[in-house]
Every structure is written in structure tokens, then in C-alpha cells.
Design a binder for this molecule. Structure first.
Ligand code: SF4
Ligand code: SF4
Ligand code: SF4
Length: 307
């Protein structure tokens, strides 16, 4: 490990970036195939041609992996500056099963979640940074009303926890503590002050982690708190998960007005938790229900609701 001078003059270790120490222990440039694929075109057609594509600060095109609750999934290539609406609704065909769009997570595990209020933002480096997200690996995960944003943050923090090399304390212990707090919130054990603790941890990690992983890892937490604070509050104080994801925090109920007694849910319930006569409104016994969601997904009349 190469030693460099810290601001105070004390020697400190260089971060483990390949630019400092990579192949054969030498400084190494890392580029992905997407970057390299642009070079022949730029050489053939010139920098001016390339600069004419995209926005004033983000040039060219970008490949995204468009996945999640969107109709058309797959790899897409769009001009920098294309709006989220164009990507998700024009190219992606909108949200599946007629559900409402809730958010899109960009940039891979350490990216941020962008809410519907920003659907018309152009996708470029500056705009993403401004909303607390990143371009990152080019992942774009579309979420609908059945996605719980606290659970989403927990999912990504859990992933990053295993990605962390464990070399520095802020990232290693910070991710562990974040995951612990988020799990408690999702299980109905959230406490007053948890949101503030998460924010404090996040800022500390961003300021003191050794490499980019720890520096960006808090993004899923900070962006979900920024745009979906109400959901955090509902989990912590009302013990409710309106998306129907955190099993301790909701129950399924059948709306008697909408139920026509088709019996499909009753026949498919693995716990025999649903009762009712044919062509009459059915009901769910909450003591038997394990919240598997089979009935919720099967009911064509959308008579089963999350409460
Ligand atoms: S920030 Fe995380 S991944 Fe990076 S050196 Fe520290 S522990 Fe390792
Ligand atoms: S599937 Fe829906 S409509 Fe049919 S019995 Fe169950 S709740 Fe009622
Ligand atoms: S959620 Fe699962 S266990 Fe509960 S009533 Fe529906 S099908 Fe039965």
C-alpha cells in the first residue's frame, strides 16, 4: 500500500482505487465496454459530432438496464437528457398490471430512488446528482404502489453490507447499523429517532469512508427518507406498511362491496383462511392468514385490499 500525506501532514493510506494501485501493483485505468465502444465513433465522426448528442454537460448516449414493474424490460440506449417519463412510459410501456408508478431506482445498489414528482426530469449526470441519485452502473428499477420504500432501502443496504470489504469502520459498521435499524422499522420495532439516526450515520459514512462504495452506500437510505419520509413515519409511529410488504404492519381485508363471491381466493388460499358462500362476499380470518399474497394477486375484481 502506498502512503500519501494527509491534510494534517500525517501519512495515511491511499484508498484502494485502481488509479493508485491496480494491475501488477501499478496505477491502472479501468473503463467499461460501454465507454470503449464510443471511441471508434468519436474517432471516425469527430468530437463535435459526439458533443451534439446529449445535454450541455452530459454528452452522448447511455445504456440502461430497464427492469422492475415496467411492461417492457431489457437493455435500452437513450440520448443523455431523455426524460424519465420517456424512458419508463414511452420505451418501457408504463407500469405493469395498471398499477400506479411510485419511484424509479437508478444507478445500481448504491443509487437513489426518484419519486413520481420528478418524472419529467432529464436523465443526465447533473440532474441525477441533484435529486440524490447516480448514473452508476446504469440500472433502472421501476417500482409501483406495491413497493415499500423502507423495505427497498433495507434490501439495497443488505446487498451493500455483503459488498463492503470491511477495511474501514464507517462503511463496515455503518452499513451493519443501518441494516439493523431498517430491519427493526420493517418488523414494527421502529422507534422515535430512527430516521435521524439513519441520516446521521449516512452523512458520517459519506464523509469518512475510504472508497466510493462507502461514500455512496447511504444513497438508498437518504433518497427514500427525502422523498418518502411519510412512509418511514407510518412504519415507525402508526405501525403501518401501506404497500403491503412488511408482514407485521398490515393485513388483507376483502371489500364486501366489490367481492362477487367467485370463490377463487377461497379455493387457492393455502391456509384455508378465507370463508364465504358462492356469489356472496367472502372474508379473511386474520388469525389464519400468513399474508402470502396469493388471494391479493388472484382477485380480478381488486376486492382484496391492504389495511
Ligand atoms: S468504504 Fe467500504 S468497501 Fe470501501 S474500503 Fe471502506 S469498507 Fe471497504
Ligand atoms: S377472488 Fe375476489 S371477488 Fe372472488 S371471492 Fe375472492 S375476494 Fe371475492
Ligand atoms: S394472503 Fe395468503 S394466507 Fe392470507 S388469506 Fe390470502 S391466500 Fe390466504
Amino acid at each position: 500500500m502506498i502512503s500519501i500525506e494527509g491534510k494534517s501532514g500525517t501519512p495515511r493510506s491511499r484508498p484502494p482505487y485502481p488509479a493508485f494501485e491496480g494491475l501488477w501493483g501499478k496505477p491502472t485505468i479501468i473503463n467499461n465496454v460501454e465507454t470503449l465502444a464510443n471511441i471508434p465513433k468519436i474517432i471516425l465522426k469527430g468530437a463535435d459530432w459526439y458533443s451534439s448528442i446529449g445535454t450541455s454537460t452530459s454528452k452522448g448516449t447511455k445504456i440502461f438496464s430497464l427492469v422492475g414493474k415496467v411492461r417492457n424490460t431489457g437493455l435500452i440506449e437513450v440520448e443523455m437528457g431523455t426524460t424519465l417519463r420517456e424512458i419508463i412510459f414511452d420505451i418501457g410501456g408504463g407500469v405493469r398490471k395498471g398499477k400506479r408508478f411510485k419511484a424509479v431506482q437508478t444507478g445500481g445498489p448504491s443509487g437513489g430512488c426518484i419519486p413520481i414528482s420528478r418524472i419529467d426530469m432529464p436523465v443526465d449526470y447533473d440532474s441525477l446528482k441533484e435529486v440524490g441519485a447516480i448514473m452508476g452502473s446504469g440500472g433502472m428499477i421501476v417500482m409501483d404502489e406495491t413497493s415499500c420504500m423502507v423495505d427497498v432501502a433495507r434490501y439495497f443496504i443488505n446487498f451493500l453490507l455483503f459488498e463492503s470489504c470491511g477495511k474501514c469502520v464507517p462503511c463496515r459498521e455503518g452499513l451493519k447499523q443501518m441494516h439493523h435499524i431498517l430491519t427493526n422499522i420493517c418488523e414494527g420495532l421502529g422507534e422515535k429517532g430512527d430516521i435521524e439516526r439513519l441520516e446521521e450515520l449516512a452523512h458520517f459514512m459519506m464523509a469518512t469512508s475510504l472508497c466510493g462504495l462507502g461514500g455512496t452506500a447511504p444513497n438508498p437510505v437518504l433518497s427514500t427518507i427525502r422523498y418518502f419520509r411519510d412512509e418511514y413515519n407510518a412504519h415507525i409511529y402508526a405501525k403501518k406498511c401501506s404497500a403491503g410488504v412488511c408482514k407485521n404492519l398490515f393485513e388483507y381485508v376483502i371489500d364486501a362491496e366489490l367481492c362477487n363471491g367467485c370463490t377463487i381466493c377461497k379455493l387457492k388460499c393455502p391456509e384455508k383462511a378465507i370463508s364465504g358462500e358462492k356469489k356472496k362476499p367472502h372474508s379473511i380470518n386474520p388469525r389464519l392468514c400468513i399474508k402470502c399474497g396469493i388471494c391479493f394477486n388472484l382477485c380480478k375484481r381488486e376486492a382484496i385490499r391492504v389495511r
